[in-house]
Design a protein around this ligand. Structure first.
Ligand SMILES: [Zn+2]
Ligand SMILES: [Zn+2]
Length: 420
């Protein structure tokens, strides 16, 4: 038997309504904030991610699905969406069509991670990006958008963590200070951190290893070392969050795994059953457009994992999808009734109602069981008797009643009854 690839999942028909309901809510909220959907291909040139995310990140160095096509071109299944969005923005000259672009996506992504609970190799994210302004209002609007989506979903115990990672101007000085702090104890840090010391010392602050966390206790903070411009920007973002009534906690050690972030970084968590779940991360990335040979384009965005979100919703007992109902189940008895049934279904479906008939030649008892299983509203029984009298025996399942309705008025009847 051929099995699905490790780390992938089939989303079965009883699960898809949850996904669709969540996606609909996301689209509705994106519409309110006037963000527009951008869809990019599943694969890109590998170089886009090597340059756009950074060679030294875990994603690029360990996790990408990269392969040669038949033309010996190196391609990669997209592991994140920010670089593809920026590539599409530059390539399609969206900056020339509008001075500010507010974009969103809902997309499958691919990373070859070690399978563990909630870590899939094909997973899904939604997110938004505002391209074209350094205005701190854009950062605050982005946080408000993510926050409002989670509120609309009904998530409780939301926490926003906020930090500024400055820009190359202030970060260069800070990196020197940080390395001076770490150097005397470098051999006590974990091997990953020892590697990061030269490559990307900021990420040492992000290490979850308890030894590293303890060693970092008194590390200098980037927020205390921001240049005047970055300081003013950070203060303005916080000021707006106060006005928007979005509570936040400043976390001086919040850094993101990707190299192109500047100034604002944020993370939203939702706690359930005592566990803290990060459901969304984002920030400003003013350096990415130039890195990809585009025009200087300040930008801010966020991304959220859909599988993780569905998991947290389940923990909190949140159900967005309505239980599916079938409007009409037509139960034919005998060959003649079955021959006429399909044409009736066509007429009923044309009114907008959902309709189904038995295709397995089951007994009336088995057909009623099936109608119940499908949470049906009306069962139309069509047997020899009914054919002779030119009528249906109609079972109103919610009321537990049965009445006879002539062929010529059945459509009217169903339209009126179903509208009640
Ligand atoms: Zn470490
Ligand atoms: Zn700065």
């Amino acid at each position: 038997m051929i099995r699905r690839i490790k780390g992938t999942q089939d989303i079965l028909p009883d699960e898809t309504p949850k996904w669709v309901a969540l996606e609909n809510l996301i689209r509705k909220m994106m519409g309110r904030y006037n963000f527009h959907e951008l869809r990019t291909p599943i694969f890109e040139q590998t170089q886009l991610f090597a340059r756009g995310i950074g060679q030294l990140t875990d994603i690029v160095s360990k996790e990408m699905y990269t392969f040669l096509d038949r033309g010996k071109k190196q391609l990669t299944l997209k592991p994140e969406m920010t670089a593809p969005i920026m590539r599409a923005y530059i390539e399609n000259k969206l900056y020339a069509k509008a001075p500010l672009n507010k974009l969103f996506y809902i997309a499958p992504l691919f990373r070859q991670e070690n399978p563990q609970a909630g870590r899939l190799r094909q997973f899904h994210q939604f997110g938004a990006e505002t391209l074209g302004t350094p205005d701190p209002n854009a950062d605050a609007e982005m946080i408000d958008l993510a926050w409002s989506i989670f509120k609309e979903i009904g998530l409780t115990n939301l926490t926003l963590r906020l930090n500024s990672v400055g820009d190359p101007n202030c970060r260069a000085d800070y990196k020197i200070k940080l390395k001076e702090y770490i150097r005397p104890n470098l051999d006590k840090y974990c091997p990953d951190c020892q590697r990061r010391y030269d490559e990307n010392p900021l990420r040492i602050l992000d290490c979850k290893n308890p030894t590293c966390v303890a060693l970092n206790q008194n590390a200098p903070k980037l927020v205390d070392n921001l240049c005047d411009d970055c300081r003013a920007h950070y203060d303005a973002v916080k000021e707006q969050l106060h006005r928007l009534n979005i509570p936040f906690a400043e976390d001086p050690y919040l850094v993101r795994g990707l190299d192109y972030y500047t100034r604002t970084v944020f993370e939203i968590t939702s706690s359930a059953l005592g566990a803290q779940n990060a459901i969304c991360g984002g920030g400003r990335y003013d350096l990415l457009a130039k890195e990809l040979d585009g025009p200087d384009t300040p930008a801010v965005g966020f991304a959220a994992g859909i599988e993780r979100l569905l998991m947290v919703m389940e923990q909190q007992g949140i159900v967005l999808a309505k239980k599916a109902r079938l409007d009409v189940f037509l139960a034919p008895l005998g060959d003649k009734a079955r021959a006429e049934g399909l044409a009736w279904l066509q007429k009923i479906r044309a009114t907008g109602l959902s309709a189904e008939m038995d295709l397995l030649g089951r007994s009336i008892k088995a057909q009623m069981r099936e109608a119940n299983r499908q949470n049906t509203r009306f069962v139309l029984i069509l047997g020899e008797n009914e054919l002779e009298k030119q009528e249906f025996a109609v079972k109103l399942m919610d009321k537990g009643e049965q009445i006879n309705v002539p062929f010529e008025t059945i459509i009217d009847f169903l339209e009126k009854e179903s509208a009640k």
